[in-house]
Design a binder for this molecule. Sequence first.
Ligand SMILES: [Zn+2]
Length: 446
Amino acid sequence: MKRILSLLLAITLLAGLCPVALAASPNGFLTAAVYNYDKGGYDDAREMPLVNLRLDGKSIVGEMPSVILGERTMVPLRLIAEGLGATVTWLNEEQQVLVVRGGRNILLTLGSATALVNGKSQTLPDEVPATLISYKGQGYTMVPVRFFSESLDCQVDWVQASYTATVDQPTPAAGETTTGQVTTGTTSDLLAPLDKPVDPQSRIIAIDAGHGGSASGAYYEKTMEKDLTLSMSKKLESILKALGYQTVMTRSDDSYVGLYERCDIANEADADVFVSIHCNAAENAPDFQGLYVYHHRGSSSGKEFAQYIQEQVCAFTGAVDRKINSANFVVVRETTMPAVLVETGFMTCHAELTNLKDDAYQTRMAQGIAQGLIKYLNDHPKKAAPSETPSDTPSEAPTDGQAAPSADPSSAPSADASAAPTADPSASAPVEEQAAASPPAGLPAE
Ligand SMILES: [Zn+2]
C-alpha cells in the first residue's frame, strides 16, 4: 500500500512538474548543454524534447532546433527574429539582446527572468529566461517563443498532438519588410555587438532620410533612392530609440521636405548630431561602389564625427571604404551640430544596389551608423548647460516635418535640384546628386 501511495505520489509530482512531457510524446530529443549564469559556464549536456515551429503556417528550421526547456518552448532567436522580420541588436557588455519590430521592442537579458517590453519591465512566464544553449559545438541564443512572439504582437498556439508551436503574424508591421525566409549562417551575421551608450536619454539624434515625395532621388532598376533612405533611416531610428536615445526624423513617410526645412527641424530640436542618409550614383562608372561620409568643409567636429561613422559602417557592412570627404551640401552646412551625410552605396552598381535593397544589409548599415554614433557621443559627453541663464527659446515648437517648406525650393540655390542623377559623364569620379548651394568642391576622388 505504501508502495502504491508513493508511486501515486511520484506520478502526481511528475505530472505536476512535467505536464507537457506526459501528455503526448515529443518528436524526439536532442542532447545539448544550457548555460548556467550562476556558475558562469555550461551545465552538463542533457536531453531536451524537440518541438516543431511553424510561422504563418510554414515549418521553419535552423541549425539549432526548437526545444522544451523548463516547461517552456524555446526557439532560436535568429530563426524567429528573421522569420518575423525583426531587427536584432546584440549589446555585448550587458549580455542583452534588443529586438525591434515595427513599433514594438523587447530588451532581453540572458539568464534574467525580467525583460523590458516597450520600456516596461515584465517577468517571463515561469521565470524561464532567454539563454544560451550549446549544441554540436555552437552556441545559440534561445528565447521563450510565446513571450517573445506575443510581445511583438503575434499570435502563438501550441498543438499538443504534434508538439508544434505555431506563430502567426497579423499583418506585416508598418515600415518593416517581412520575407518569411530563413537563411542559415552563424549567429554573428545577425547579432552585431554595439557599445553601451552613456546617458542616451540626454542625447538627441536628428535622422534625415534623403529626398521624399516628389523628390525621388536617384532611380535605378525600378528602385527609388527615397525609399531606400527612408527604410534605412527607420531602422536607425528603431535601434537608437530602443537604446534610449531621443530621435528626431526630418521625415517619417514619403513626404517632400525642403533641404533648409530639414536643417530647421534639427536646429530647433537642438539635436546633438545630424545624420543624413543617401544613396549615390555614377552612371558613367557602373562598377564603381563604396561608402562615402561627407562633412562640411569648415567643420572640424563634423569631420571627426564623419570619421567615426565611416569606420563603423565599413566594419559592419563590409562596404568598400572610400574615406571621408568634405562638401558644401546644404544639410551639413546649415545645421548647427556635428553633421554628416552618409552615401550608403552606389545604385548604379548592380551588386551594391542589390545589397542596398536587402533587408539584412540595411540593418547592418543602420547598426554601423548607430555604433559610430554611440562611440562619438560617448567620447563627447554632453557639456553641462549653463543654469539660470535667461533663455530665448523659440516660441514655436519644432515642426514634425509636415509643415510647408520654409524656403521656396525654386528660389533656394539649386536646392534638391533634380530627381534625376546629374552625374557628369566627363568626370571619372562619382557625383552626388544631392543639392549643394554651390558645386561641391570636395567631390569623391578615387
Ligand atoms: Zn541623395
